[in-house]
Design a binder for this molecule. Structure first.
Ligand code: AMP
Ligand code: MG
Length: 487
């Protein structure tokens, strides 16, 4: 059966192609020798109203980009971006947008294949991806989703049956990424730098229609869009910080306008609480360190605002003044979201003036004693105090006394408070040593550790005794994880 004869339930409406042609390029099919599905997200396929059975059985060629379903857009998107602070023209160099799939409730998602070979934006690259990194994006994006963090999703990983050449010869693979769109801050930078004002306006209007239809008729629509994006990023980064997620490459092309986390390359969850933790081997300056993420988000948002200036107001000074005033809201918005997340983690269900200090004090003691970020919060939620230097310390005991007093002042019973804390403090997170171990085993042919970890991560707030070891940080003898580029 060919894919042309069945559409696997896809219902495409490719609105991106209504944009001026400068925003995309047509991409050839990705002919591969032996596509086969390595992992398939049936739950997501069902949520997307796709024919999960058929797609998982007959969909390998389509999911490898070797054949296109009916009405596919088959394009690569143009974008630019600041990478580690340096501006570049980029574009989808190894991703093919199959199309926008529209569900019965009108919800629209991009179906994108990552690793499908060269596009007009590939520059020197081969346009391909290796199995390991695609399995990495799959498991971490799905873990983020289960933690309630806005993210692109992963529908499938397909191996292409072809080798790809990095430092070693690796197995080629394609990831099917689902996103509410792939419009990035970098897409606006592309428009502002390489297109005319009409084209920039077309992109802005399109984006508003797609993501923020409620502001289409606002008095200052582009400022209203900037406000929305700022708000969503503030909320998103607050969630990252609260779970100890480090993106690793917060380039402007890796920041979506929809507020979804995108591009899981050298990312990681922090084990020991150290705000200076960096996870990308090429991030020698610590630009994208854990503690720097809110500031970098602000920096990226400034690049977004800059891109919008020509359409905000004819008068440049007026445009700058409006954008500046809007951008200035980011730090306090972020703090509000962050402290709200952290309050929940500590069971502070009401808001008191002393809360922020209480949260920061705890973090300071945690940093001093170099404790595990996730497990420390969970221990508080489970009311467990192991005999560690941290829990035995005078500093912690003084803090704990104040915290308990504060909790007692609430009307909610301690039991209920603990229950709330347990529902927001994960037991199991995708720790890098586990993720790496699982991926390595998978690539070598044993999928069990990966599937077990994936399963545990779909319900990260509880664990059975059999899997307790998945909650442990790496042994001291494992060198700290640093992931590399070339994904
Ligand atoms: P990323 O680090 O995945 O965000 O990618 C940064 C830019 O490099 C994007 O424009 C990618 O499409 C492009 N890129 C990454 N890997 C490749 C590759 N193997 N071939 C061509 N372009 C690539
Ligand atoms: Mg990227």
């Amino acid at each position: 059966m060919t894919q042309q004869s069945q559409n696997f339930g896809f219902h495409f409406e490719n609105s991106y192609r209504t944009l001026p042609e400068t925003f995309y390029a047509q991409v050839p099919l990705n002919h591969v020798s032996d596509p086969s599905i390595i992992i398939f997200n049936r739950t997501l396929a069902n949520e997307l109203q796709l024919h999960a059975d058929k797609l998982s059985k007959y969909g390998a060629a389509m999911l490898a980009g070797d054949e296109m379903p009916q009405d596919a857009a088959q394009i690569a998107q143009a974008y630019a971006g600041h990478q580690f602070g340096h501006f570049n023209m980029l574009g989808d160099g190894r991703a093919l947008l199959v199309g926008e799939h529209v569900m019965t409730d009108g919800k629209r998602v991009d179906i994108q294949l990552k690793g499908t070979g060269r596009t007009p934006f590939s520059r020197g690259g081969d346009g391909r991806a290796a199995l390991g990194p695609m399995l990495r994006e799959f498991i971490i994006s799905e873990a983020m989703f289960s933690l309630g963090i806005p993210t692109t999703r992963s529908l499938a990983v397909v191996s292409t049956g072809e080798p790809i050449y990095r430092e070693k010869v690796l197995e080629g693979a394609v990831l099917t990424r689902i996103a509410s769109s792939h419009i990035r801050v970098g897409t606006f930078q592309y428009a502002a730098n390489f297109c005319d004002k009409e084209e920039l306006k077309a992109l802005a209007d399109y984006t508003m229609k797609r993501h923020f239809p409620e502001i289409l008729h606002a008095e200052q629509p582009y400022i209203a869009m900037l406000e929305k994006v700022i708000e969503q990023q503030a909320a998103l980064i607050a969630k990252w910080q609260s779970v100890g997620f480090i993106h690793g490459v917060m380039n402007t092309d890796n920041m979506t306008i929809s507020g979804e986390t995108i591009d899981y390359g050298p990312c990681a969850f922090m084990d020991t609480f150290k705000p200076k933790t960096v996870f990308s081997s090429i991030d020698t300056q610590g630009r994208y360190a854990y503690g720097n993420q809110p500031a970098i988000a602000g920096w990226n948002l400034s690049r977004f605002a800059e891109s919008l200036l020509p359409i905000i107001d004819e008068d440049v000074d007026q445009a700058i003044a409006l954008a500046q005033a809007t951008l200035e809201q980011f730090p306090s918005l972020y703090e509000t979201y962050y402290f709200s997340e952290m309050r929940n983690k500590l069971g502070l269900l009401t808001t008191e003036e002393m809360d922020e200090e209480c949260i920061l004090q705890l973090l300071q003691i945690m940093e001093q004693f170099e404790v595990d970020y996730t497990n420390t919060f969970r221990a508080l939620a489970d009311n467990v105090r192991s005999k560690t230097p941290f829990f035995e310390s005078e500093a912690f005991k003084v803090w704990e006394k104040k915290w308990l007093l504060r909790i007692e002042q609430q009307e909610t019973s301690l039991e209920e408070v603990m229950h709330v804390m347990q529902s927001v403090n994960p037991v199991v997170i995708p720790r890098n040593h586990l993720v790496e171990e699982a991926i390595n085993a998978f690539v070598e042919g044993d999928s069990t550790p990966y599937l077990t970890l994936l399963h545990l991560l779909t319900n990260p707030y509880q664990i059975d005794e059999e899997h307790e070891h998945f909650t442990q940080p790496p042994n001291d003898d494992i060198p700290p994880f640093v992931s590399y580029c070339g994904t």
